[in-house]
Design a binder for this molecule. Structure first.
Ligand code: ADP
Ligand code: MG
Length: 263
């Protein structure tokens, strides 16, 4: 694997902007009524990159993730989101197919409360991808093993700790065999002692070359696993650089202010 930094740097800055980007946003705007939540966002995430999204509360980080996964529509003003070059359609089968290629992990886990851990992981592959049940279960057990909760497979979500539930949520996302994963503050709802076990799984994925967009306030993780920092404020991308530059030499006053508050 590439040391943290290298893959992303060449991908994000040296290559022609987004030439072979896995995720690409072009002139993306998003309004909630009168409120302008995303302002003309242009971003290209190359395959294999770990992009950390930072910014104060309300800056549009979740909205950014949600539009990439089409949980939110974008303004109909010519902006586009493309997954490996294919524009995300508004609805239908093509949307379902492209959406399955970008998994999402939420702050609040969002496991199906009335399904077992194993069923949480097999449901998507069976229903959306049409996998035979036995095969889906075999793959799910491998993934649960990998995130360290295989022994909990028959339990219900409420019987697991927050850290375990979030690891199941990661296994569930991986079960769809996505090309990229979006994480929206995956450790913010966890008790402090459970944060590391989730970050460890994410570091493992990063090392294996998974393309990841990670909204997080975990600066240790950002420095260790991130190839790139995208700093947002008020719906705009104000800085887009490598983690070392961002943390040692933030250029924008808003970024300096933000780092001053969290470090
Ligand atoms: P962040 O994740 O950076 O904290 P969000 O993307 O959640 O920020 O929100 C950005 C802004 O958009 C906030 O001001 C928020 O209140 C607003 N917003 C987000 N979702 C909605 C919504 N569904 N309706 C109206 N306003 C929203
Ligand atoms: Mg948010």
């Amino acid at each position: 694997t590439t040391p943290p930094g290298e893959a992303g740097h060449t991908g994000s800055t040296a290559a022609p902007a987004g030439a072979d980007a896995l995720i690409r946003l072009e002139h993306v705007n998003k309004h909630f009524g009168e409120f302008h939540a995303l302002k003309d966002i242009d971003l290209a995430i190359p395959r294999g990159q770990v992009a950390i999204v930072l910014g104060p509360s309300g800056s549009g980080k979740s909205t950014l993730c949600r539009t990439i996964n089409r949980l939110e529509t974008i303004d109909d003003d010519g902006g586009r989101i493309l997954i490996h070059g294919e524009p995300l359609p508004a609805e239908g089968r093509e949307l379902a197919r492209l959406r399955a290629e970008v998994g999402m992990v939420f702050q609040s886990f969002n496991l199906f409360a009335h399904k077992s851990i194993l069923e949480n992981v097999t449901l998507g592959p069976i229903r959306v991808k049409g996998k035979p049940k036995a095969e889906a279960e075999r793959h799910a057990m491998e993934l649960l093993e990998r995130v360290g909760v295989a022994h909990q497979a028959t339990k219900m979500p409420a019987q697991l700790s927050g850290g375990q539930q979030q690891r199941v949520a990661i296994a569930r996302a991986l079960a769809m065999e996505p090309q990229a994963l979006l994480f929206d503050e995956p450790t913010s709802a966890l008790d402090p002692e459970m944060v590391q076990e989730v970050l460890d799984v994410m570091v493992g994925l990063a090392k294996e070359g998974m393309t990841m967009v990670v909204v997080t306030h975990e600066m240790g993780f950002a420095r260790k696993a991130g190839d790139r920092v995208i700093f947002m404020a008020d719906g705009e991308v104000l800085e887009d650089t490598d983690p070392e530059s961002f943390f040692t030499n933030p250029r924008h006053e808003r970024a300096q202010d933000f780092l001053g508050k969290i470090l």
